[in-house]
Design a protein around this ligand. Structure first.
Ligand SMILES: [Zn+2]
Ligand SMILES: [Zn+2]
Length: 104
């Protein structure tokens, strides 16, 4: 079971909705929170399946790995633990008012 959160940037007001903040996995999907260079967004990217990172050998599944879910771009890099805003570099803060969402 994974957990997702909202993060908000105090500098520019950008919000990242329902991202894990790091590597996380549910019953099937393994995700990692990445910054997409294409759309300057913090997104959860599918990186594997059943707790394993990397290609699964299932072509249908593998073609959806390591793609930005918003723009399908591949210019992705892991979100550093300081959680910098992709737009203005301020430190983004977990927005507790939304609580957390459990997913699987
Ligand atoms: Zn910002
Ligand atoms: Zn993107």
């Amino acid at each position: 079971m994974g957990t997702k959160y909202n993060f908000a940037c105090p500098g520019c007001g950008y919000t990242a909705e329902w991202v894990s903040g790091g590597r996380d996995f549910g019953e099937m999907a393994v995700v990692r929170t990445m910054i997409c260079e294409g759309c300057k967004a913090v997104v959860d990217v599918l990186i594997g399946r059943y707790g394993q990172d990397g290609p699964t050998g299932d072509p249908d599944y593998d073609k959806s790995l390591n793609l930005c879910p918003k723009c399908e771009g591949t210019q992705l890099y892991p979100w550093p633990s300081e959680h910098p805003c992709p737009k203005c570099d301020n430190k983004m803060l977990k927005d507790e008012t939304f609580g957390e969402m459990l997913w699987d």
